[in-house]
Every structure is written in structure tokens, then in C-alpha cells.
Design a protein around this ligand. Sequence first.
Ligand SMILES: [Zn+2]
Length: 416
Amino acid sequence: MRIVILISFFIAAGNIVLFAQKKCATAEYQRQQNANLNIANQKQRIDNFILSRLNKNSITANQRPAEAVIKIPVVVHVVYHFPEENLPDETIHKQIAALNRDYRKANSDTVNTPAAFKSKAADCNIEFELAKTDPLGRATTGIERVYSPIKKWTMDDKVKSSATYGTNAWDARYYLNIWICNLSDLLGYGTTPGDDLKNDGIVLSLLAVNNLDDGGSYSKGRTAVHEIGHWLGLRHLWGDADCGDDNVADTPKQTTYTPGCPTGVRVSCNNSEAGDMYMNFMDFTDDPCTNLFTKGQKDRMRVLFELGGYRNSILSSKALGAPWSQNIPLPDDAPQWLYPQVYPNPVNDELTLDLRYDARWIGKELIIINASGQLVHQLTISSKIEKIYTAQWKPGIYFIRGKKEGEKFSTKFIRL
Ligand SMILES: [Zn+2]
């Protein structure tokens, strides 16, 4: 009986810790993505490439040419519902500065790196800069602001598509896409090399970006540092398993993630006298208590930019060059039209058209046609909720079509 109680206690305690520590959902996201065999195979090929290049590099390490700084063009998509979620440029600039600080080992808290790990700490020679030119060649600040009717997001990638009220990635071969939104119960998640390009990039919660400099758990913009680590192929130090492998030679094995802000030596997995490297950016430790990437992690990230590497295309990006188009993107205060919701579907006698997401539909015309293409109903929208009485209609499929400035809307429903 006592054993049962003890086991229950540990399970409960474990769950509490896990719940409080949903810092990064990348591992869970990867498990979902890898269910797609094409993606899993592509990742295997990328892994093989990295491994072959790293082996080659280790032989020729001394003959390596002077290392160039890798510049990564960034687009930040701020997807907001409430005005306060529409983070000011200044906050975005601070986040980018935090990335450059840590990826260039310019962080003042390198002094906190334990003596045993100091020689492993790396200047990754990777820098980040907001795009100056968008994919159509137009001038940009590198910050895109999109109003959304959605108040909360999860790791289902809906924030990455305008069809689901988020906003689409810019061509991920040439841009690092960062979405910032009200992410539920998570600080962030990232794709890893080989994921679907339309989802490629990282998603950050407001919490992770909006508290820089407050001295708290998320005050150093290191959720982004961590998620971009994933985007550049790094895994969690514990390899997402008990004493698992992160495929990096100079990071010690450790049992699991480290919550909070520990001090002292924590030995696990018989790693060494120096213990866990819980101050590594790829652990879950609070922002003020992390301070390094290792040389092994650096090599793994940089290999992706070599010829034939998955991120090599970034080096030929035109995003940091001068714009070549005179066109001006739509201003932020004119978001794209949001489609009406139609319910219930299937319907019996009363269909609701919910236009609350975009009041600009008012005054516009909608038509409903049947499967034979005959006009059944026509209406001019006069309120945010429109009711359509379908009791007299024959059972079958019906199509609703609408048109506004340059955009068409079409959906269908079934009359039972
Ligand atoms: Zn992570």
C-alpha cells in the first residue's frame, strides 16, 4: 500500500513539474512531424550530411579557412488580437540584439560559465538582421503586423497560415521566420531542418519576448536563442530521453531538463565531476542562468550553411540588400479580409453566417447557389450575424460566394 502511495506521489509530482515547465514544445512538435515519412526521410538525409561533414571537418580542422560570419535575414510576424499584443518595434529590436549577443558570445554573463566548461564556450559567428527587402522586392522593416480574430494559439501551426487567421511564412529558403503571438501554456517551439518549408521557423509567446530587462525568468530573450538553436538543428541536451544523446560530443549527457535557476554541480548519467551543463542555451533553465553554446553545437549549426547543406540557400538571400520594387506593401492597418464562419453544417432550417471576425463585410453581397449552379438566394449583408432560413430548401450541397475588393470568398454547406 505504501509503495502504491509513494508511486502515485511521484507520478503526481512529476506531472506538476512537467506542467509548470512547458518551456519548449519542439520535441513534441517533432514527434508529430516525423509521423510523415517524407519528412522523417528528409531529416535522416540531412542528419547523414551533417555527420559526414563533421567527420570531414574534424580531420581538416587545422586547415580550415578563416571563418566567415553567417548573416541570417529575419522576418518577425507579430500576430496580435489585443492592441497591447502588437509589440512595438523597440521590443523586436531588443530581441534581435539578444540573439546577436548570444550567438556572438558577447553576453556579459559568460563570467558565470563554470571553469570546467569555459573552454568549450563558442562564438558561433552567426548574426541576425531584420530583412530590408520582402519576397516581392519591396522595402520592409522586417516586421509584419497582422491583426487576428484568434485570441490564443497552440503548436498546431495555424498561426503560420492566413487561411487560419495567422500569416504565411516568407520564403523560408531566404528568411528566418519568427512568429510572435499569444501562445497557450508554452514559451515557444521551432521547426528543425527538413520540416515542411511553409511551416519553417520559430513561434514565440508574448511572454518570451515582452519581458526583456525585467530581471525575471524570461528577461534575456533566450527562448528565441533556444528555439533558433532547434531551427539550426540542435537538440535538447538530454536528447529528449533519460540520458539521451543530443548528437554533440562536447555537451555532457544529462538525465533530463533543468527547471528554474540552479547553482553548483549536478552530476547525472555519470557525466563527470563538472556535472550537467545546465547553463547551456539548449536546456530549460531560466534566461538569467544560461550563458553558452559549445563549440560542438556551433559546428553542428554552421555545417547546415555549407554547400549542399540545408540552410545554404540563406547565404544567397537578397533580403538584406536594397529593394528592387517601388511598390509599397499594404499598410498594417489594412489587414486582409477575414472569411465568414458558417454554421451549423450540415443545417436543417436555419443557417448562421457569422461575420464578427470582419465587420467590413457589411454592405457587401453574398450569393448562394445549388449544386446545379442555380441561384437560390442573394443577400446584402447588414449585420455581423446573418440568419438564412433554409427550411424550404431541398436537401443537398449549397455554395456561398462573396466578392469584395479584389478577393473572392467561397464555402459550402449541406442542407440535410
Ligand atoms: Zn527546446
